[in-house]
Design a protein around this ligand. Structure first.
Ligand code: ADP
Ligand code: ASP
Ligand code: MG
Length: 411
C-alpha cells in the first residue's frame, strides 16, 4: 500500500474507451489499497485545436487569455475521468489546478510551479477518494489561471508527487518507455531500462518530448524516481533515476531531434561591445528562450548574428528584434523554419573523447551540412536542414551502436 501519482497523456485519454481503460487501471490500484492521485492531459489534439482557434482570432494572442483558453482542455478530461470512476463505484473527485492550488509564477503560457498546496488533495484522499487533477495548469500569485508550456502535465505530476512525498510517480504514455531515440521515427530504437536524470534532462531539452524538461528538473531536485510506461499494457517501462556506474560505460545513450526551432539571422550589426546584450536582452525581457547563438567573424565594422528560438515564439521574437535592428541600422533580419536540431546525449561523453568529431563525420558522410553546433558536458547538438531529420537520426543511432546492448540498460 502506498501513495501513487499516475499521469496519463493526451493519447491515453483520447476517447471515451481510453478514458474507461484508464479508469479501470486506476480503480484496480485503489482496490489494491493504494491512494491514487491521477494527473491528466487534455484529450489528444485538444490543445492544438485550442491554439489554432486562438490563431484565428488574434495575431499575437494575449497570453493571459491564452491560458484561460488552454486550461479548458484539461478541465474536460478531469471531469470525464472522475465521472467514469464514480460510475464504476470508485469514489473520485476532480480538481483543477486552481482548486488544488498548484501555485505558479505569473509567466503566462510558460509558468513555473512554485509550490503545490496539498491540503485539499490530502483531505480528498483521506475521504477515500481518487483525486483526478488537471495537469498543465496552475494559479498565479494574483489568482489568474496559468499553464506550464507544452507537455506540462508531466511537470504537474512530478511536482504533486514531490509535494505529497508519493511512493511512485508513473507517467503513462503512448510508448512503453524512454527509447534510444523516438521509436516513431526509427524502428530500431531500443527501450532503456534506466536512464539518469541528467541524460533525461538533456534528452528532454533537445526534443525527446516523452517527458517535459521541467518534470525531470523537479524529479532530480526532489529525488522522485519516475517510471515512464505504456497506458496500453502492464509492461515494465523505463526508470528515470540517479546515475550509476554502468551508465558511464557508453558514450551515447540516446539521439533526439527537435523540429520546433527556428533560425533567426541578423546581418550587418555594428561590431562593438554591448550589441549582443541589446539584442538578447530584448528577447529575454519578453521571456523568449534563445538556444544556440553564433556570431560570425565581422567584416569591417559589421558582423552578423544567428540564433535559434522556439518556432512558437518566432513571431514574437521578430516583433522584438526588428525594431532593435532598425535602431542599430542593421541591414537585414531573416528567419528560417526549415531546420532541425539533432543531438546526441550521454553521461559517458564526460570520459569518452572524440564523440563530437564522430558525429560530424557521420553527418558529413551522408552529405548533411551542419549549420550550427552547440555542446554541453554530456550533449552535442547540430542544426541541419529539416529534410535530413530522419536520415540523421538513423545514421547517428547506428554509428553510436545504440541498437546493441547497453550495460544493465537494455530491455
Ligand atoms: P503524452 O501525450 O503521453 O504526454 P507525448 O506525445 O508528449 O505523450 O510523448 C510521447 C512521445 O514522445 C512518443 O509517442 C514518441 O514519439 C516521443 N518520443 C520522442 N523521443 C522519444 C524517446 N527517446 N523515447 C520515447 N518516446 C520518444
Ligand atoms: N495538454 C498540454 C499539451 O498538449 C499538456 C500536456 O499534454 O502535457 O501540451
Ligand atoms: Mg507529453
Amino acid at each position: 500500500m502506498g501513495l501513487i501519482v499516475q499521469k496519463y497523456g493526451g493519447t491515453s485519454v483520447g476517447d471515451a474507451e481510453r478514458i474507461r481503460s484508464v479508469a479501470r487501471r486506476v480503480a484496480r490500484y485503489r482496490a489494491e489499497g493504494h491512494e491514487v492521485v491521477v494527473v491528466v492531459s487534455a484529450m489528444a489534439g485538444q490543445t492544438d485545436h485550442l491554439l489554432a482557434l486562438a490563431a484565428q482570432v488574434a495575431d499575437l494572442p494575449d497570453e493571459r487569455e491564452m491560458d484561460v483558453l488552454l486550461a479548458t482542455g484539461e478541465q474536460v478530461t478531469i471531469s470525464l475521468l472522475a465521472m467514469t470512476l464514480i460510475g464504476m463505484g470508485c469514489p473520485a473527485v476532480s480538481l483543477t489546478g486552481f482548486q488544488a492550488r498548484v501555485c505558479t509564477d505569473d509567466a503566462h503560457t510558460r509558468a513555473r510551479i512554485k509550490e503545490v498546496e496539498t491540503e485539499r488533495i490530502r483531505t480528498a484522499l483521506g475521504d477515500g477518494r481518487v483525486v483526478v487533477l488537471a495537469g498543465f495548469q496552475g494559479i498565479s500569485p494574483s489568482g489568474d489561471l496559468t499553464t506550464l508550456g507544452r507537455g506540462g502535465s508531466d511537470t504537474s505530476a512530478v511536482a504533486v508527487a514531490a509535494a505529497l512525498g508519493a511512493d511512485a510517480c508513473e507517467i503513462y504514455t503512448d510508448v512503453d518507455g524512454v527509447y534510444t531515440t523516438d521509436p516513431n521515427v526509427y524502428d530500431r530504437a531500443r527501450k532503456l531500462e534506466r536512464v539518469s536524470y541528467d541524460e533525461m534532462l538533456e534528452l528532454a531539452s533537445v526534443g525527446a518530448k516523452v517527458l517535459q524538461i521541467r518534470s525531470v528538473e523537479f524529479a532530480k531536485k526532489y529525488g522522485v524516481p519516475i517510471h515512464v510506461r505504456s497506458s496500453f499494457s502492464d509492461a515494465e517501462g523505463t526508470w528515470v533515476v540517479e546515475e550509476d556506474e554502468s551508465m558511464e560505460q557508453v558514450a551515447v545513450a540516446g539521439v533526439a531531434y527537435d523540429r520546433n526551432e527556428a533560425k533567426v539571422s541578423v546581418r550587418g550589426v555594428p561590431d562593438r561591445p554591448g550589441i549582443a546584450a541589446r539584442i538578447f536582452g530584448a528577447l529575454a525581457e519578453k521571456n523568449i528562450v534563445v538556444d544556440m547563438i553564433v556570431q560570425d567573424v565581422g567584416e569591417g565594422d559589421r558582423t552578423s548574428m544567428t540564433f535559434t528560438v522556439p518556432q512558437a515564439d518566432l513571431k514574437r521574437a521578430l516583433s522584438v528584434i526588428e525594431p532593435v535592428a532598425e535602431d542599430l541600422g542593421t541591414a537585414e533580419v531573416s528567419a528560417d523554419t526549415g531546420i532541425t536540431k539533432v543531438s546526441i546525449v550521454g553521461v559517458g561523453m564526460r570520459s569518452h573523447a572524440g564523440v563530437a568529431a564522430r558525429m560530424f563525420e557521420v553527418l558529413a558522410r551522408e552529405g548533411i551540412n551542419v549549420l550550427m553546433i552547440s555542446t554541453s558536458e554530456i550533449k552535442v547538438s547540430c542544426v541541419i536542414a529539416e529534410k535530413y531529420t530522419e536520415l540523421a537520426v538513423r545514421v547517428l543511432h547506428d554509428a553510436f551502436g545504440l541498437g546493441g546492448e547497453r550495460p544493465g540498460g537494455s530491455a
